[in-house]
Design a protein around this ligand. Structure first.
Ligand SMILES: Nc1ncnc2c1ncn2[C@@H]1O[C@H](COP(=O)(O)OP(=O)(O)O)[C@@H](O)[C@H]1O
Ligand SMILES: [Mg+2]
Length: 259
């Protein structure tokens, strides 16, 4: 079992404090969802965990089985088992989708123990079938000319191939029609198990109709302000966020301007 612990995390972008003390613990075997209005710091949390250079951690800690994640380079974080499925995946010309995944998989393996081409292709075929992806997508340049929905499926494909210990899926449901949403959920559900932990960031509850989270957290003003079980996401769907704002006595849920 692995554990990812985020403690009192403060993060700045260009001198502005966005995360103001995030606490969160995720164990493998668990699926967590973070919900919250736009502009409350959800993507910032994902980027800080993965080590995006624009996001400066000013205090607090992130550890993976006791190891200091903040001391790791971006590629080390990936090799340590962290994966980010991005809200806006970038296009990389000149690198095929298949080559990218194969290098990422091999980066997590010991030297001399690389996955064979045959095994890779077999696995790729089976995962792409689950995700109802056209075979030719594997040979295209990474995300180049992919539609919004194809990019999201592709993030899930990468996750299924790389098999991280922890996946953070940022708005993986945005822009998907209901069929694509079900396919993406199926991919995540197939990963479920003792070796896999997941943090699903979503603005809407609808993805959680297909992936039942063990824990639901609400983020506002750069903090996790409420945690509960699956019923919390249903309450948010039915009643919105106003009741939480009232409970906390806040007016603006976004990160807002610093005084
Ligand atoms: N790269 C950036 N440069 C400047 N400000 C940013 C950047 N990314 C996010 N922000 C600001 O940080 C706040 C939180 O953004 P974000 O983490 O994307 O929120 P969420 O994902 O919850 O919608 C917003 O006020 C946003 O404008
Ligand atoms: Mg976001």
């Amino acid at each position: 079992m692995s554990t990812l612990v985020i403690q009192d995390l403060h993060v700045e972008i260009e001198g502005k404090e966005i995360l103001k003390g995030v606490n969160l613990t995720i164990k493998t075997g668990e699926i967590h969802a973070i919900m919250g209005p736009n502009g409350t710091g959800k993507s910032t949390l994902a980027s800080a965990i993965m080590g995006h250079p624009k996001y400066t951690v000013t205090s607090g800690s992130i550890t993976l089985d006791g190891e200091d994640v903040l001391e790791m380079e971006v590629d080390e974080r990936a090799r340590a088992g962290l994966f980010l499925g991005m809200q806006y995946p970038s296009e990389i010309s000149g690198v095929t989708n298949a080559d990218f995944m194969r290098s990422a998989m091999n980066a997590r393996r010991e030297e001399g123990n690389e996955i064979s081409l045959m095994k890779f292709i077999r696995e790729l075929d089976s995962k792409m079938e689950i995700l109802a992806m056209e075979e030719e997508m594997a040979q295209r340049y990474l995300n180049e000319g992919f539609s919004g929905g194809e990019k999201k499926r592709n993030e899930i494909l990468q996750m299924m191939m790389i098999k991280p210990s922890f996946a953070i899926l940022d708005e993986i449901d945005s822009g998907l029609d209901i069929d694509a949403l079900k396919v993406v959920a199926e991919g995540v559900n197939q990963m479920r198990g003792e070796e896999f932990g997941c943090l699903i960031i979503t603005h809407y509850q609808r993805l959680l109709n297909y992936i039942t989270p063990d824990y639901v957290h609400v983020m506002m003003q750069g903090r996790v302000v409420k945690s509960g079980g699956e019923e919390l996401s249903q309450k948010l769907e039915a009643e919105g966020y106003d009741w939480i704002k009232a409970e906390l006595g806040i007016e603006d849920e976004t990160v807002g301007q610093e005084a």
